[in-house]
Design a protein around this ligand. Structure first.
Ligand code: UD1
Ligand code: CA
Length: 465
């Protein structure tokens, strides 16, 4: 039978040093909250249930992570890390197995490290295994105090003697415990320390007193254990996280020109041979196909982009679906509900919204397509506008296959343009157009010979008077 694993994530603290109205664990690292990174790594090692202990800003945290199937525990008053774990006890009633303790403000921890910790814990059959790190400057962290028989206790910086402060093996705040046994040790804690808190770290000494085995495993890369307390550390963690994400894409066959300037959210996927230029942001659940080129300053949020798509500089796309071999931009704005079937050209200063556009149709310049359905091979001339809104309601424009629209045309919706028809440049179309017709609303042109010259002479005379 597989060994059971559950995870508790401490996330109730206020995070005063962030100086923020947002709870600390909701601050984003590489586009995702710190807490969701921690939840993700807990899931990767198979923890179930995952129990975040929340307190400060609890409602907001619950709301932001509502999709994650989490089993929240509430710590109404923050009496210390030991008390926080106690608050999770009820959520783990009946659970027997390994309990992984994580911190909501340590977002860089990797799956491999947790697997090593888990293996070590299981091989040694320890009651507690602590993840430790070697720090050049251990200031602020709890120190690992070892004796002849291994780890004896953890002492917090504020409670440590000068000699203990010189120890640079520190407690990362990540542990594996045997559950439910750990809860018995928690009951023995007191808060007789400098901070007047119930320290989780004190379970180590308690376990040793009862003759239990306590193990420590040193993390290979100390940066993984970095706890985020202020916005300087937040930015540092963001850089590390982004570098990891970008390197994974590079190794999987994506070319990143100057990766330090490219921001890719953790859940984005990208096909091979896609080329990404500096200053590109790929956000949310975006999927990019293979053989694409994303030029500088492209920002894409929650889009599905096909293969061989070329997006030129400064284009912004959100909640849209782009078929294969499209060319977009420069400076195009594709808003939610845009669907391009494939082989489309959407040129400079074109804005689309709730627009379904059939194969090979194009709008090359200065156009607004909103609440519209376009068939195949439609050509929209420069300056085409769908007038979709009368100030109260939105209406749809339908343009069927093979329609050619001359420049500077307005479609006053609702209106349907039949297949194969032609709209003369400068028209304001207010009525449906049947298939294969020519529609034209131009006012007849007037010519007054010599008028301009006469006008210039008049102006000159006026000036000379
Ligand atoms: C803790 C450890 C310290 C370790 C360090 C690593 C203790 C007593 N000390 O210190 O040994 O080196 O982490 O980063 O455990 N929290 C709650 N409820 C509380 C108090 C804290 O949920 O009542 C949460 C915080 O939100 C945070 C985590 O627990 O996510 C750690 O708390 P924090 O106050 O930052 O502990 P440190 O002083 O950093
Ligand atoms: Ca901390």
């Amino acid at each position: 039978m597989p060994k059971l694993l559950s995870a508790v994530i401490l996330a109730a603290g206020q995070g005063t040093r962030m100086k923020s109205t947002l709870p600390k664990v909701l601050h984003p690292v590489a586009g995702q909250s710190m807490l969701s990174h921690v939840v993700a790594v807990a899931r990767l090692v198979g923890a179930d249930p995952v129990v975040p202990v929340i307190g400060h800003g609890a409602e907001r945290v619950r709301e932001v992570l509502s999709d994650e199937r989490l089993c929240f525990a509430l710590q109404a008053e923050q009496l210390g890390t030991g008390h926080a774990l106690q608050c999770a006890e009820a959520s783990l009633e009946g659970f027997s197995g390994d309990l992984l303790l994580l911190c909501g403000d340590v977002p860089l921890l990797r799956e491999v490290t947790l697997r090593q910790l888990l293996n070590h814990h299981r091989e040694t059959e320890a009651a507690i295994t602590i993840l430790t790190a070697q720090m050049d400057d251990p200031t602020g962290y709890g120190r690992i105090i070892r004796g002849p028989a291994g780890v004896e206790r953890i002492v917090e910086e504020k409670d440590a003697s000068p000699e203990e402060r010189r120890v640079n093996e520190i407690n990362t705040g990540i542990y594996l415990f045997k559950a439910p046994e750990v809860f018995a040790f928690l009951c023995q804690l007191d808060n007789l320390n400098v901070q007047g808190e119930y320290y989780l770290t004190d379970v180590v000494a308690a376990a040793r007193w009862s003759g239990e085995r306590v193990e420590a495993l040193l993390v290979e890369q100390a940066e993984e254990a970095m706890g985020i307390n202020d916005r300087v550390q937040l930015a540092r963690a963001g850089v590390v996280m982004q570098q990891r994400i970008n390197e994974a894409h590079q190794r999987a066959g994506v070319t990143l020109v100057d990766p330090a300037t490219i921001y890719i959210a953790p859940e984005v996927t990208i096909g091979t041979d896609t080329l990404i230029h500096p200053g590109v942001h790929l956000r949310g659940q975006t999927v990019v196909g293979s053989g694409c080129e994303l030029e500088p300053g492209v920002v894409i949020t929650d889009c599905h982009i096909g293969d061989q798509v070329h997006i030129k500089p400064g284009s912004v796309l959100a909640e849209s679906k782009i078929g294969n071999s499209c060319a977009i931009g420069p400076m195009a704005h594709l808003r939610p509900g845009t669907v391009l079937a494939g082989h489309n050209k959407i040129g400079n200063f074109v804005e689309t919204k709730k627009a379904e556009i059939g194969e090979k149709s194009q709008a090359s310049h200065l156009t607004y397509i909103g609440d519209a359905v376009l068939g195949k091979n439609v050509n929209l001339g420069c300056g085409t506008i769908t007038c979709n809104y009368d100030g109260v309601n939105k209406y749809q424009t339908i343009i069927e296959d093979d329609v050619f629209v001359g420049s500077d045309t307005q479609f006053v919706a609702p209106v349907t343009i039949g297949r194969g028809s032609l709209i003369g440049a400068g028209s304001t179309i207010t009525k449906d157009v049947p298939a294969d017709a020519l529609a034209l609303t131009r006012v007849e042109q007037k010519i007054i010979p010599g008028w301009a010259e006469r006008n210039r002479s008049k102006q000159k005379q006026k000036k000379n008077q």
